[in-house]
Design a protein around this ligand. Structure first.
Ligand SMILES: [Mg+2]
Length: 358
């Protein structure tokens, strides 16, 4: 089998309220890998808020696709390394890794389709469903928005809900956490996410103030560029630190693990290097009994989480725009694996006609 063409496209998917008060839309950059045997693999990555999408697409078009035409798409390890090695003047973080991730996701989809199996089965399944947590709780939400989204999340059986805590006024964050805990009761898990917005001391102060509200994890306290500062926060607060959505490849996650920057890792399959790299990162973490709770893309990450011993939670949201031909099924807070060959996902006709830019 040979790669005949890789067709790129862009989808601007509008966010529903109240999420759209923070991000009006998110952008998918899509790479459809076509072969001489007629099989097609669907690769994609997502840029939150859309920033960087045109750069990712340009990197795909200019740097990656020309190197892949004529190659055997089933030699995924070889092609991943070829993409990674291609450009010695651009470190593989950010834009290039979003693009490499999209291709890797498409190659694995093709591989699964070629053998007629869903990916989770190929990697040694340990389960066929994984618990989800409700992501959302943006800084632009009112307390009422927070409570409504959290309650809707718990109503479908999920036991975890995550809110943001990056407001510059520490006490305002504390009051929002207090109000949410009071509204939802003590029987559910609350997670908080600073989205790199606070400094070391502010994080420590905030974590101490919200510790009485029984917080499940404290996410991405400082700039992702400063692993030592994240490690300092992790050492000095009593809430487990989670991080990794802005980290890339096994090398970046090795540094997080070695420096004890987090006890839970949040790799994003659409950024960190695709299925190939998420598997390596998960196995590395397993050797340290560190759990994996991927950032976004639950419909893809579930294939890896269903095949590793250290799966924790999938990020999902009750407040989302349906874009899939078959939406992932969540029952009693558990997402079922998409049981179709490859990763099993395809954009719906309605989503393509509504959101396709070109
Ligand atoms: Mg986050």
């Amino acid at each position: 089998m040979k790669i005949k063409a890789i067709k790129t496209s862009t989808l601007n998917v509008s966010a529903p309220p109240p999420r759209n008060t923070y991000y009006p839309h998110n952008t998918y950059v899509v790479a459809r890998i076509q072969t001489d045997e007629g099989l097609e693999g669907l690769g994609y990555t997502q840029l939150v808020g859309g920033d960087g999408a045109s750069s990712v697409r340009a990197y795909l078009e200019d740097n990656l696709i020309p190197r892949l035409i004529g190659e055997d798409p089933l030699h995924i390890g070889k092609l991943w390394q070829k993409m990674y090695d291609a450009d010695r003047g651009l470190r593989k973080k950010g834009i290039p890794m979003y693009a490499i991730s999209a291709i890797d996701i498409g190659l694995w989809d093709l591989f699964g389709k070629s053998v007629g199996r869903p990916l989770w089965q190929l990697w040694g399944a340990v389960t066929d469903c994984v618990p989800v947590y409700g992501g959302g709780g943006f800084l632009s939400y009112t307390v009422n928005d927070l409570v409504k989204e959290a309650e809707a999340t718990f109503a479908i059986g999920a036991r975890h809900y995550k809110m943001k805590v990056g407001l510059p006024n520490v006490m305002e964050n504390v009051e929002r956490v207090r109000a949410l805990r009071k509204a939802v009761g003590d029987d559910v898990n609350l997670l908080v996410d600073a989205n790199q917005r606070l400094d070391v001391h502010t994080n420590i102060r905030l974590a101490n103030l919200i510790e009485p509200f029984n917080i499940f994890w404290y996410e991405e306290p400082v700039y992702a560029d400063s692993i030592s500062q994240c490690a300092e926060v992790a050492r000095r607060i009593n809430i487990p630190v989670a991080t990794g959505e802005n980290e890339y490849t096994r090398y970046g996650f090795r540094d997080l693990v070695e420096q004890k920057a987090a006890t839970i890792l949040n790799p994003d399959i659409m950024r960190c290097g695709g299925f190939s790299e998420l598997l390596k990162i998960s196995h590395l973490a397993a050797a340290y009994d560190i759990q994996i709770a991927p950032h976004l893309a639950p419909e893809l990450s579930i294939h890896v989480l269903a095949a590793i011993p250290n799966a924790l939670l999938l990020e999902w949201s009750i407040t989302r725009t349906p874009i899939w031909r078959e939406e992932p099924r969540v029952v009693d807070g558990l997402m079922s694996v998409p049981n179709r060959p490859g990763h099993g996902m395809e954009f719906s006709e309605a989503a393509l006609s509504k959101y396709l830019v070109k």
